[in-house]
Design a protein around this ligand. Structure first.
Ligand code: UDP
Length: 239
């Protein structure tokens, strides 16, 4: 196995906000490029990388609903936002000379492929960065749930959730300086303590299908490679 860690295929979940970098809206090309470079590094070890990107930097259905829009319409806009982010990531990856494919859970065949599980696995086996867009394709879900669903479908060995903090804390570390970081957690503890990691649907999917989850800080360069090399970065959640 390429990494000495039993890792062969990973799914990386990036929030839309992670792509904003220093900007207040949209996408920061510098962030995209850095993430693409980090993906290239881990792929050079032979790892297969699938990516799920959120859309919160552009639209979130729940936010649009709060300002009076129909929730389902808002969620459709949110899913389309993830397609835009995914296209930007595909462009950044291709800009580095690698191959990438966006596959959308909502058919927009002029823009990208549709998600077909067997085809996604084939792209991964061919060493293409496979970017899974439009979440689950259903309203009322999140891209975190899409990430756990897709990771299970494609038999990923690990779900990596990139955030702005170095793992899961007992409380919000930005607000409470006494908050401590967990190195290891179980899915049940995340659920019973209502730790703010991913929504419960996503956590339950991981738990019931025994998919390990690592939460880490992607704003810190090099963390992805450290994880793949076996270092104990962020928080590992298992059963
Ligand atoms: N969304 C959805 N179904 C899905 C995934 C996403 O309806 O399966 C919509 C939902 O409105 C969500 C938006 O797309 O708010 C953007 O996704 P998310 O909030 O998960 O993005 P992130 O917080 O990761 O940037």
């Amino acid at each position: 196995l390429p990494t000495g860690q039993g890792l062969r295929r990973i799914l990386l979940k990036l929030s839309g906000e992670a792509l904003m970098g220093e900007e207040d809206y949209g996408i920061d090309p510098k962030v995209l490029k850095r993430v693409a470079v980090e993906i290239r590094e881990v792929m050079s070890l032979g790892l297969q990388v699938a990516v799920v990107i959120g859309g919160g930097n552009i639209f979130r259905g729940a936010g649009l609903a709060r300002s009076g829009m129909d929730r389902v319409t808002g969620d459709h806009m949110g899913m389309l936002a993830t397609v835009m982010n995914s296209l930007a990531m595909q462009d950044a990856v291709e800009g580095l000379g690698m191959h990438a494919r966006v596959m959308s859970a909502i058919r927009i065949n002029e823009v990208c492929e549709e998600y077909i599980r067997r085809r996604a696995v084939r792209h991964l086996e061919k060493g293409r960065v496979t970017i899974l867009a439009a979440g689950t394709g259903n309203p009322f879900f999140t891209t975190d749930t899409a990430a756990s669903l897709r990771a299970i479908e494609i038999n990923a060995d690990l779900l990596l959730k990139a955030t702005k903090v170095n793992g899961i804390y007992s409380d919000d570390p930005m607000k409470n300086p006494a908050a401590t970081r967990y190195q290891r957690l179980t899915f049940d503890k995340v659920l019973t303590d209502r730790l703010n990691v991913m929504d419960a649907t996503a956590i339950v999917m991981c738990r019931d299908n025994n998919l390990p989850l690592r939460v880490f800080d992607m704003t810190k360069p090099g963390e992805l490679m450290r994880i793949v090399r076996g270092e104990d970065v962020g928080t590992l959640v298992t059963n």
